[in-house]
Each structure stands twice: as C-alpha cells, then as structure tokens.
Design a protein around this ligand. Structure first.
Ligand code: UD1
Ligand code: CA
Length: 447
C-alpha cells in the first residue's frame, strides 16, 4: 500500500499512426474494453485522489469512453501533440492545490501490474521511473544510472552509441511529487532530436536541482505498449491466457478454456461452469454455481447462482437473471429483470421487461418493445404462463398467474389470473384437406 495521496495522469493523446486506423489508438479494444480502460483500472488500484486522462487525437471519443469506464476521471485536452512533457503540462492545471505524488501512465500500455505500481508510488525518491531490462532495447529511452542513482534518461534519437548499448529502458511510467513536477515540467525545453517536450528530461532537471531520482524495475511484459494491430492481437492472446488462468485458479470450471473469451472486468464465481465457445463482453458477473452452456454471448449482465444459460443464448446489457432462472437456446435478453425461477427455454426475445417469479415464457415469445420511435416496457407477473409465439406489444402487462394463448398478439393488459387470447378463431372444413391435395396432384400430372 502507498502512503499519502496519489494523483494519476494517463497520457492518451497520441494518434497511434501505426495502427492505420480512424479510431484513436487507446480506443481499440483489449479484453472487451478500450485499451485506456486497462491503464485506468491498474492506476485505480493506487486509490488515487484524482485521475486525469490527457486526450488529443479523437479527444471527444476518448472522453466518452473514459466517462463510461471511469466516470470520475477528468479529461485534459492536448490539442497539439508536442511531446510527453507537454502532455503532462496539460493535466497539471487540473491538479492545482494537489500536494501528493503524481503517477504518470500511458494509455497504450495495458499490462502494468498493481504490485509494480504500488512499489513505484511508495518509493521515497523525488522522481521515480519504472524501468525494465529489454531483451531488444530497440528505440526505447535509455536509463543512465550513476553511483546507484538514476542520472538521466536519454531518448534513442538523442543517444550516442555507448548509451544505445544500455539495456535498462524507460517504460514511460513515472512518479514524482506534485510540486516538483509542476516546477520541472514548466522548465522543459524542446531542443532535441525530435523537437518535442520530453517528460523524460525531468530526471536530469531534478538531479541538477539536487533532488533524488531512482529506478524501480519490472518485468518487460508489464511494459508492453501497443503500436500495431499485430501487437494488439498478440496482447489480446496474452490477456486471455492470463484471465483464463485466473478464472481456473478461482475455482471456475471450463471445459475448454482456450475457447472462452473474457473481458477485463468479467467476474465469475467459484464453481460456476463455463462451456466451450463462450464470449464475455464488458460488465458481466456470473455468480457461484451458475452454468453457461456452450456458444453464448454475454455483455453487461448479471447471472445469479443456480441459473443456467444457453447453449446459444445472448444476454445483453441490463439482463438481470435471478436464482435458478433458465434461459435456453436462441434466447436474447436485454434490459430485463427475470426474477427467481423464471423459465424461458427457446427462441425468444425479452427486451425492457420485468418477469415475475416462476413465470414460464413459451417458445417464440417476443416483447415488441420498440414502436419505431420509443422503447416500452412489458410487465409479467409471478407464475404467469405465456403461451408459445405470444407477441407482447408493449407497453403491456400480464398479471400474476395469468395465461396467454399460443399465437396471441397481446395489445391490452391481461389482469391477474385471467387468460388473454388475441388470435383469430380456428375454422375446420371436413374433407377439404384431401380434396386440395388431389386437385394439386392432378394439376401437376397435366403439366
Ligand atoms: C516514450 C519515452 C521513452 C520510452 C517509451 C516507452 C518520452 C520522451 N519518451 O517514447 O523514453 O522508452 O515512451 O514506450 O517520454 N503522448 C501524448 N501526447 C504527446 C506525446 C505522447 O499524450 O504529445 C502519449 C502517447 O499517446 C503515448 C505516450 O504518451 O501513450 C507515449 O508517447 P510515444 O510517442 O509513444 O513515446 P515514445 O516515443 O514511444
Ligand atoms: Ca510508444
């Protein structure tokens, strides 16, 4: 745990030109959520007082995504990308009056671990840089250590051959006291090979001012940054491998873990069973002992203990399944609460509905929730029996213990205990079936 207060700055203004994309880099998805959500989630483990995301390219879209995944984060706009130091400078005004530790993260670096961040944030040096021994140091900034202390960071472009020979590299993650950072960032120049305001220069400035600087190291895998689609795909594979292993360690049964896709925030309880080829989008909680059968897609939903889902079911945002609910094949549920013991076995769409306890929803039932302009609600009472192929034209209510006849189009409320029938009466003509067949066969022979 860190002592004192922490503020977080996440740099996410870069275009990410090597993604060859109209989408800002940090909005490409990893583990079902935008890349930037990973850095935010890691940073949140420090329990920061304030979180600021520096956005630039596609800034409005980035701000929107951040609001969704981290509503308390603030946005600072960097209209021109003049370097990492300039980016931090855009966030500092929002931290006016803050006197704790500032931790800087990159929005395109998703795998920084909570332990690593805690070690960084709790280090007592005035400036602390997260470094790593690179297998291939490539174009990373190099950390120059003298007498056991960090002396300066040299960007690859500005490094001589000897400095390029250093394998200790800058991850980009940094921590410093707010007051010192304000002072040093204000003094950054851009007289370097890239013509940018380098955040990395604060180390040499701090040392020149007689302040201390140190390196905290981590595994290279944690500092992996995403620059290309190939790197994004490789990162996804790594993320899934780790998340599946965590689920298994937590006591989840998975018949074929390699076919299960999890999101950053997927929560699966102990003794839950996940079948093959199940995909979890963001915001899913599966309670202990629930079972998800093969080929399901779930997003923004909650499945209670004892519930069974699938095979081939789709749970969309706002689907709330109570205990022992059964959702079967080719059923879609959106923004609907299914109380305990509800059964909806086959070929059904439930949207904007509340289904009372133990109600049975027949095959082919559809809540007609959208009239082309607005969405409307369907209420179904406890122990109701909805006949197969019922169209529930919302807004509509079917009472407790009520029934609807198969094939009904229900446009009016059905009171408690009543039967609602909304279909035309059957007509039966003796002998006509055979006569029609004969006529058809005769016509075919003539042709
Ligand atoms: C930076 C470091 C380098 C380090 C490397 C690790 C500097 C000067 N260099 O280099 O020492 O080894 O990261 O990956 O800091 N960004 C902004 N606004 C800007 C510029 C960048 O928000 O004006 C953001 C980018 O979106 C990105 C991050 O800052 O998330 C890093 O920027 P990038 O241009 O990738 O830095 P590097 O040149 O890789
Ligand atoms: Ca980079």
């Amino acid at each position: 745990m860190t002592e004192g207060s922490v503020a977080l700055i996440v740099l996410a203004a870069g275009q990410g030109s090597r993604m060859l994309s109209d989408l800002p880099k940090v909005l490409h998805r990893l583990g079902g959520v935008p890349l930037v959500a990973h850095a935010l989630a890691a940073g949140r483990t420090l329990e920061p007082e304030q979180v600021i995301v520096v956005a630039g390219h596609g800034g409005e879209a980035v701000a929107k995504a951040v609001a969704k995944f981290d509503p308390d984060a603030q946005i600072a706009m960097q209209h021109e990308q003049l370097g990492t130091g300039h980016a931090v400078a855009q966030a500092l005004p929002l931290l006016e009056g803050f006197e704790g530790r500032v931790v800087v993260l990159y929005g395109d670096t998703p795998f920084i671990g909570a332990d690593t961040l805690a070690a960084l944030a709790s280090h007592t040096a005035d400036v602390v840089v997260l470094g790593f021994e690179a297998a291939d140091p490539g174009r990373y900034g190099r950390l120059v250590v003298k007498g056991g202390a960090l002396d300066r960071i040299v960007e690859f472009k500005d490094a001589d051959a000897a400095t390029r020979g250093i394998a200790l590299c800058n991850s980009g993650v940094m921590a410093a006291d707010a007051g010192l950072l304000r002072d040093l960032v204000g003094r950054l120049g851009n007289d370097n090979a890239a013509g940018e305001y380098y955040l990395t220069d604060v180390v040499a400035l701090a040392r020149a001012a007689g302040r201390s600087a140190a390196v905290v190291t981590c595994d290279e895998a944690e500092t992996l940054g995403i620059n290309t689609r190939a790197e994004l795909a490789a990162a996804e594979a790594q993320f899934q491998t780790r998340k599946r292993a965590e689920a298994l360690e937590d006591g989840v049964t998975m018949a074929d873990p390699g076919t299960v896709w999890l999101a950053l925030d997927t929560v699966v309880g102990r003794d839950a069973i996940i079948g093959q080829n199940v995909v979890f989008g963001p915001g899913v909680t599966i309670e202990s002992g629930a079972e998800i059968l093969p080929f399901c897609h779930l997003e923004g939903c909650h499945v209670s203990a004892g519930a069974t889902v699938g095979p081939f079911a789709r749970l969309r945002p706002g689907a709330e399944l109570g205990g022992d609910v059964h959702v079967g094949n080719f059923v879609e549920v959106k923004n609907s609460v299914l109380d305990e013991g509800v059964k909806v076995g086959h070929l059904t769409y439930l949207g904007d509905a509340h289904i009372g306890e133990r109600a049975n929803i027949g095959a082919g039932t559809v809540t007609c929730n959208y009239d082309g302009v607005g969405k409307h609600r369907t209420e179904i009472g406890a122990d109701a029996f909805i006949g197969s192929d019922t169209m529930l034209v919302a807004p509509v209510r079917v009472g407790a213990r009520a029934m609807t006849g198969s094939g009904s189009v229900i446009t009016e409320d059905v009171p408690d205990d009543a039967l609602g029938l909304g279909r035309s009466r059957q007509v039966t003509k003796a002998g006509l079936g055979t006569r029609i067949m004969q006529a058809l066969r005769a016509a075919k022979e003539k042709r």
